[in-house]
Design a protein around this ligand. Sequence first.
Ligand code: UT7
Length: 319
Amino acid sequence: MIYAKIIGTGSYLPERVVTNQDLEKIVDTNDEWIVSRTGIRERHYAADDQNASDLALIACQRAMQAAGVTAGDIDLIIVGTSTPDMVFPATACILQDKLGVKQGFAFDIQAVCAGFVYGLATADKFIRSGSVKCALVVGAEVFSRIMNWQDRSTCVLFGDGAGAVVVKASDTPGILSTHLHTDGSYRHALATPGTVEGGKVRGSPMLTMEGSTVYKFAVKAFEEVAWEALRANYMVPADIDKFICHQANQRIIMHAAKKLALPDDKVVLTVDKHGNTSAASIPLALDTVVREEKIKAGNTILLAALGGGFAWGAALLKW
Ligand code: UT7
């Protein structure tokens, strides 16, 4: 039996830190509102000359170093991003070239904030089938580029960053199971609806969100998909050692954790320092706790994400 196992993690946050106090100067908001509604205190913004592939490159180099693999070992690259470098080619192709990977194949996944979990699920299938031996799964975003600075209900929430994992074929698990869902009837609730036509942008290229619709859906979806993953593996919430939920809002994460009766020390929170980095949020949070040595061999880790689409999903891992 072939399993897929994460053997190294890496992440990168751009240098520029933007605090809630910084945002108070450009939009009608305040630190108290942002912290009490979301838990966010600061986020990072990419420099003008940094694209998603540049952030991804550093995250991947760190993950590959941690895993002890080189460019010659990678035969699949999947990038979850909603803020690609360009319309095409895929950011994954640009990343492949920057990494010096000459073999295998690379593609992007568009599942917004669920992009990393969708990517991990896809890599898991390729590895279990025997067609891929070693994959890079990446979440990389520059959401600061699609903020509407006139909309205080969204522009304070998001940040830029990248996270990556090296996933390798293994005799032992690994990724225990993954569970993906989509409900396109909610596609209006979280969208960047613009596109390119005739050399111009058609529609708005800025992020729009019905915050309360997303909030209500997310708390229910996280609880349901967590139980789905646990049941598939004959586990109960007490078996989870770390819960790494999409870092959009501390209140949503803690609500989901409460429904699963998880104590605070099992819940990973990085939203205070990262903001919502969409597809990058879970691999950024995972790398943070791995480097803090808060995850031990044999631990059971639940990842859960939800984003525009709505697209959501979970992955249950044995570390
Ligand atoms: O990444 C994909 C997943 N995304 C999410 O999971 C996000 C889900 N949604 C949320 O996290 C929350 O709905 C928000 C954080 C976006 C909003 O929190 P809320 O508690 O639902 O606030 P609200 O939208 O109901 O707004 C409450 C009030 C409004 O004022 P009035 O109408 O009550 O006077 C807003 O105008 O807060 C006001 N407000 C702000 N005030 C200061 C909205 N944004 C701001 C702001 N600063 N930045």
